[in-house]
Design a protein around this ligand. Sequence first.
Ligand code: GLC
Length: 788
Amino acid sequence: MDKSAKYGYFSPDGKEYIVTRPDTPRPWINYLTNGKFTSLCSATGGGFSFYIDPGFNRITRGIPGELNLNDRPGRYLYVRDNDSGEYWSANWQPVMKTADFWEARIGLGYNKITSIYNKIQTEVTYFVPLEDNLEVWDVKVKNLSEKPRNITIFSYVEWVLGGFSKDLADRNFDSFFNDVYFKNNTIYATKRRWDNPVKRGITWPYWAYMGGSTKFDCYDCVKSDFIGEYRYLSNPIVVEKGFCQNGYGESEEAIGSLAKILELAPGEETSFHFVLGIEDSLEAVNKKLKVVTERSWVQENFKKLESFWSNYLDQLTVKTPSPEFNLSVNVWNKYQTWITAQMGEMISYFIGSGSWGFRDENQHLLGVLPIDANLAKEKLLELLEHQNKEGNAAHAWNPLTNEVYQTEHSDDTQWLVLSVCTFVRETGDLEFLNEKVKYLDEGEGTILEHTLKALDYTLYHVSPNGIPLRLTADWNDALAGGHLGRGESIMVACQVAANILDIIPILEKVNKKDKARVYLNIYEHLKKTINEQYWDGDWYVRATDDDGNMLGTKHNKEGKIHINSQTWTIMSSLASIDRGETAMNALWKNLMTEYGSLNLTPAYTKLNAGLGIVSQFAPGTKENAAIFYHPNAWLIIAECLLGDGEKAFDVWQRTSFLTRSKDPDLWLVEPYVYPEFSYGPESPHFGRGSYSWMTGSAAWFFRACIDYILGVRPALEGLKIDPCVPKEWANFEIKRNFRGATFNIKIKNPHQVNRGVKKLFMDGKEIAGQILPDVRKGSHEVEVEMGT
Ligand code: GLC
């Protein structure tokens, strides 16, 4: 049997992943979000919802650990056959009876679950509309039998209504503040007391609700009424008996359950929907309900969602000889970049309830930038507002209260320089640099001033050797040891160097040639120092500790070689081609596995104070010698810069979720998105995927594919064409919008090379060089012949 099809497959147009059995090896989830209201929804309807912030505005419950183990609770629909008394779940969970037919379609912005049990067909589509702060459960029920059927449908969610950690740690106490009742066909829910990081003991300033388009027959708001003593979600007393208790959730652990009795003639189908949402007053809830309980509203809003996604996907499309590459770049990798840009890595089935991360969001916005520059700009402005006057930035903040977590991570500011430069190259908008943005602490500055301060902040925090200090940690959060703060980071040095190369042409354009010259000198200094002192003969070292010991050299027993110092010395052109190739050989020899490159090897096995957490993770786990995906995308870029299209594509293939999910019982996580890492060979779980969805891998793989493998990437003067592909790729295409123009680029590779542009034509006219003219409007046919 084809193992990859064990749990599902992609629809022919690639826009849905169709899960064919509910017992996937981990819950496979989707993010239904409009950027404010978010529902994490698994293929069986598991998961929870929140508004803006999953930590302090949790609407419904999700329990860390349980989420990935049994995926409960969720947003459920119990179905009861009132003639036989038998009951089951439209979603499979939580009753888990085997249906005669069951499938879940994971779509772009929705999950649709269809099941047939005892000749009753149910279909529920969960989605979050683009504009309203609610989720829809659109339900269809059909009697497939030849006799009339009497059915009751019970909805079910568990309310949190505010602070998630309170709910986890002290739920009984927190429940005393619940105010949950049924009125006018709706369950209204709020909390009388709420703490957030800046204010304590206030009333939760929202009302959550569950309502619907049909007249409900009865309801439950109290969990113990619904489930019953010594019972579970899988056998609730109310569903077993078929009668609601109609209780109010005053000071009780509260739920929302609305029941509807349906009498269905043979072949009859009926449809209605539930809405579960949030507003800031009861009046606003009632106003919203008037609109969103109309059946036509649901249909219109689902259509709007579909057209949003088909338009989004259409902005950048590729056609290559690899169907998997096409499926990834055209649909799912692209989809994940949008979701990660909206989420800032706050929350997943693996991540508890985080905050908005400065470094992460700077990288996520790179994934949406080629498609929706306005969205990227919105995110970038928010990041700029979280930079201090001195140049450093808030490492993270709470999206609701804007409470800031200030650390001394040494890489944060450098991501801002990267995203500003990439934004300017994308849009060609130098005026953007003159826009004024407030600093987090005081005053304001132009975006150029912000950017230079970001670059300079790192340059003021260097070792006597002129190498940036590692401080709290660099990109590798787990390299967090060395409390004297004297240790150095070669990765941050490379980021500074790459940023200098990016910003110099921009500075020259805005008449800041003197500043450009200063940076060039710094670049030269870094190049000399790193090549003379941080090259161990076979590869680049990764860092030093407080005592000046080198980390990531052949002289170490553990953590001899790290991936990032090899790739980033190439990405910043600090490595010569020769050195780069030597470093890459060392990487392939020491770090490469069948599933991609390890972050480092061998794993650390005991606490090393100079390194910190990385040395405490179990060997082969997370940053400690696992296959961290994010750096594998940088590896693709490095290989392309060296011109090795075979190796670049090889890395893409080994690491792609499409490849890895061919063995779903090993891989475990979703077959349609990147996870953060896969366990390394020193772990008993080698090859298992983990921490799916929230990872910078999404944006970086997307950029590695379009900018480097297909080689269509923005330069300041225009769109550069520099593909680096497997020799056997004879023809491929990319449609790329750029600065108001559309370029339909067709590339031929008749001489079977990896890299090199021999001829370039735009609209029939030959172009010298590799950069398309900056025409800013119209649709243009571009033909490229590769060769040397
Ligand atoms: C996680 C974090 C990211 C960090 C990376 C490496 O993905 O979200 O911020 O850079 O791990 O430690």
